[in-house]
Design a protein around this ligand. Structure first.
Ligand code: GDP
Ligand code: MG
Length: 242
């Protein structure tokens, strides 16, 4: 699979595959369920590995997000997710130094695969989970930031146990990165840090009124569509125009 592959498959809505990696108990399943359902499930079978689908909508453009909640076992083959994913979230728990060490191993594995198969543009996010357990913190934010910078990946601290927005920010950071930098053909949509690039068709940001009116819109499967007009990526605000 080349790093330049298009995210648009079968001529339909773009599909983005995101794999969550990390040691047992760091919250991969909780984060996945939170992203898919906005709910926090306390107990989840630790041995289950599965893939889930969520439909997102940016300014009425549909995107299918597939999330692989991995569960590595002894002798399991990492190629199942290394080949499959367009983006990775490497998770550790801020309450576990051991999980942070394991996250380094995952980052190294992903990095080696990216180099070997010329997939340098595949984005990776390092995620320190469980920040609601601050009093048990073993891994400082500075350590996380440093590791992310060593591997040139995005960095987040979050919790699956509290507001959905923590988790949403991580997934949307990766999705926006892919929409912006990969060969993902989304006519009528471009993302700008400040204002539309010159030479483009005249476009206008959606009015706040228009956005709120579409809040409860549902797709053909009855799934509520999300209409988001701005995001933070690399600590910068991005606006989406159509
Ligand atoms: P996985 O093995 O990486 O899939 O981890 P799980 O998602 O099964 O989570 C392991 C345990 O950590 C479960 O008891 C979860 O309820 C708990 N957990 C996951 N994320 C969080 C979090 O952000 N905060 C807290 N307090 N607990 C969490
Ligand atoms: Mg799990």
């Amino acid at each position: 699979m080349s790093g330049k592959k298009s995210l648009q498959r079968n001529g339909s809505a773009p599909e983005i595959n995101i794999a969550l990696l990390g040691s047992l108990g760091v919250g991969k399943s909780a984060l996945t369920v939170k992203y898919i359902t906005k709910r926090f499930i306390m107990e989840y079978d630790p041995d289950i590995e599965d893939t889930y689908t969520k439909h997102e909508s940016w300014n009425n453009r549909d995107i299918t997000i597939q999330v692989m909640d991995t569960c590595d076992k002894e002798n399991s083959d990492p190629l199942r997710y290394l080949r499959w994913a367009d983006a990775f979230i490497v998770v550790y728990s801020i309450t576990s130094q051991a999980s942070f060490e394991k996250a380094k191993e995952y980052l190294e594995t992903v990095n080696q695969h990216k180099k070997t198969f010329c997939k340098e543009s595949v984005p990776v996010a390092l995620l320190g989970n469980k920040i609601d357990l601050e009093r048990y913190r073993q891994v400082s934010k500075a350590e996380g930031t440093k590791l992310a910078s060593d591997y040139m990946c995005l960095f987040y601290e979050a919790t699956a146990a509290e507001e959905y927005e923590y988790v949403e920010e991580v997934f949307h950071g990766l999705i926006l990165y892919l929409l912006q930098y990969k060969n993902c053909y989304l006519p009528h949509l471009y993302i700008s840090e400040e204002k539309p690039p010159t030479g483009q068709m005249p476009v206008r940001p959606k009015s706040p009124k228009g956005t709120s009116e579409r809040k409860d819109e549902k797709d053909s499967k009855g799934i509520p569509k999300k209409n988001t007009s701005s995001f933070k990526l690399f600590n910068k605000s991005f606006k989406i125009f159509n």
